[in-house]
Design a protein around this ligand. Structure first.
Ligand code: ADP
Length: 399
C-alpha cells in the first residue's frame, strides 16, 4: 500500500509517493509554473524491472486541478500507482495551522474551514495548500486526506515563549503571537537525533537548526518544542536567504517616514530583498563562501552576521534548556556548510560544544556526528526529510 505526499505552492505542486511497508519512494516529482503559458511536469519513478526512469512534459496547466490531474496520470501510466485504491492516505503540507491544530488532522469540511480561517496569518501559503487539498479530495474521493501543519510541533511552546509583549487584545482578537514554522523538519531531525543518541525522544533536550533558504532554530525539551526562532510569520529570527530575520520593529516605520515606502514595498524589502541577498547581493551560500574566500568583504560580512545570529540563538536555547544533549544541523546549509557550522559553534567550547574539525569538514550526505568524542554536548548533522515525516504522520492519523 502507498501514501502520497503533496506540497502545494502558489504555482507548483511537489509530490512523493511512498510505500507504506518500507517507506521507499517509487515515484516523485513536481509540476511548476502552473498558470503560466507552459507548465512543466518533472517525474521520476522506478519501473517494473527496477530501473530508474525520468520524464519531462511541458503543457498548459491553468490551475492546480490540471496540475494534479497530470501528476495522477503520470503515476497511473508509469504503474507507480496503477489503482488509487492502493492509496492509504494523501498527506498535505499546510504551512499555518494557527492555534487550532496541534497534530496531523484528517480533512473534513470543518478542517477546511479552520484552515481558511488562518489564511490572514499566511496569505501567501495557506490558499495554495488549501487548493491542493480540495483538488486531491476531488481526484481521490475515497482516500483520506491528512493535513500536516508546519506550526503544529510548536504548539507545545509555553505562553512565556509564544506571547509578544504587546496588548492582550491583539493576541485574543487577532491571533498576534509566535507560532513557529518548519515544525515537521525540527520534529523529524529531533527524533532521528534521539535515535542516534540511543535515548527516547521524550527524554532528549535538543537544539535543532534548520538552515536552508528559510532558517529557524528550535529548543526541544523532553521531545517537545519549547521555543523557536520564527514568529507569527516566517520572517522572524535567523538571517535567511532573502529574509532579514530579527530586526528592530521601528525600522519599517523609519523607512516608511524617510523613504515613503508603503506596506507592499516594505514587505518585499524585508522578505525578498534582505538577509544574505541584502547583505552581499547573493543568496546562494556556496557562492558567498567562494567570494569570502577570495577576500570579498560584503560576502565575509554576510557570513559573519549569519553566524553571529545563529550563535546568539544557540546560546539563548542553551540557557532555556539548562541541560542539552545535542545540537542538530539540517537543511541545505546546515547539512553542507562546514564553514557556517564551524563559525556558529566556534568559541562555545566553555559551554560544552566542541566540534571535531576533521569530522565537521568531511563532505557527506549521511547522518553523522561532527563533535569531538569528549564534547559534553554532541553536534550532529542530520539530513531532513519532511516528506517522509508527513507520510508517516498521515498514515498514523488514518490508522
Ligand atoms: P529550501 O529552504 O529552499 O529548501 P535548501 O534547504 O535547499 O533550501 O537550502 C538552500 C541553501 O543551501 C542555499 O543557500 C545553498 O547555497 C545552500 N547549500 C546547498 N549546498 C551547499 C553546499 N555544498 N555548501 C554550502 N551551502 C550549500
Amino acid at each position: 500500500m502507498k501514501v502520497l505526499v503533496l506540497n502545494s505552492g502558489s504555482s507548483s505542486i511537489k509530490f512523493q509517493l511512498f510505500r507504506s511497508d518500507d517507506w521507499s519512494v517509487p515515484a516523485a516529482g513536481s509540476v511548476t509554473r502552473i498558470g503560466e503559458p507552459e507548465a512543466v511536469l518533472r517525474y521520476s519513478w522506478t519501473d517494473a524491472k527496477g530501473s530508474a526512469q525520468t520524464l519531462e512534459e511541458r503543457a498548459a496547466m491553468p490551475d492546480h486541478q490540471q496540475g494534479l490531474q497530470r501528476i495522477a496520470g503520470a503515476l497511473a501510466r508509469s504503474g507507480a500507482l496503477a489503482d488509487p485504491a492502493e492509496l492509504l492516505a494523501v498527506g498535505h503540507r499546510v504551512v499555518h495551522g494557527g492555534e487550532a491544530f496541534h497534530a496531523p488532522t484528517c480533512v473534513d469540511d470543518d478542517v477546511i474551514e479552520a484552515i481558511r480561517q488562518v489564511v490572514p496569518l499566511a496569505p501567501l501559503h495557506n490558499p495554495a495548500n488549501l487548493d491542493g487539498i480540495l483538488v486531491a479530495r476531488a481526484l481521490f474521493p475515497n482516500t483520506p486526506q491528512v493535513a500536516v501543519f508546519d506550526t503544529a510541533f510548536h504548539q507545545t511552546m509555553p505562553r512565556t515563549a509564544y506571547r509578544y509583549a504587546i496588548s492582550d487584545d491583539l493576541y485574543r482578537e487577532h491571533g498576534v503571537r509566535r507560532y513557529g514554522f518548519h515544525g515537521t523538519s525540527h520534529h523529524y531531525v529531533g527524533r532521528r537525533a534521539a535515535e542516534r543518541l540511543g535515548k527516547p525522544f521524550e527524554q532528549c533536550n535538543l537544539i535543532t537548526l534548520h538552515l536552508g533558504n528559510g532558517a529557524s532554530a528550535t529548543a526541544i525539551r523532553e521531545g517537545s518544542s519549547i521555543d523557536t526562532s520564527m514568529g507569527m510569520t516566517p520572517l522572524e529570527g535567523l538571517v535567511m536567504g532573502t529574509r532579514c530575520g530579527d530586526i528592530d520593529p521601528a525600522v519599517p516605520f523609519y523607512l516608511s517616514q524617510q523613504l515613503g515606502l508603503d506596506n507592499d514595498r516594505l514587505e518585499d524589502l524585508l522578505n525578498r530583498q534582505s538577509g544574505l541577498l541584502g547583505l552581499c547581493g547573493d543568496n546562494d551560500l556556496r557562492e558567498i563562501q567562494r567570494r569570502a574566500e577570495e577576500g570579498d568583504e560584503a560576502a565575509e560580512l554576510a557570513l559573519g552576521v549569519t553566524a553571529h545570529r545563529l550563535k546568539k540563538y544557540i546560546g539563548a536555547y542553551l540557557a532555556e534548556l539548562g541541560r542539552t544533549d545535542a545540537l542538530v544541523f539540517t537543511g541545505g546549509i546546515g547539512e553542507n556548510s562546514a564553514e557556517l557550522r564551524a563559525r556558529a559553534c566556534g568559541g562555545l567550547e566553555p559551554l560544552g560544544i566542541q566540534l571535531d574539525a576533521e569530522a565537521n569538514a568531511a563532505a557527506s550526505s549521511e547522518e553523522r556526528a561532527v563533535s569531538s568524542p569528549q564534547s559534553p554536548i554532541q553536534v550532529w548533522v542530520i539530513p531532513t526529510n519532511e516528506e517522509l515525516q508527513i507520510a508517516r504522520e498521515a498514515l498514523a492519523a488514518v490508522s
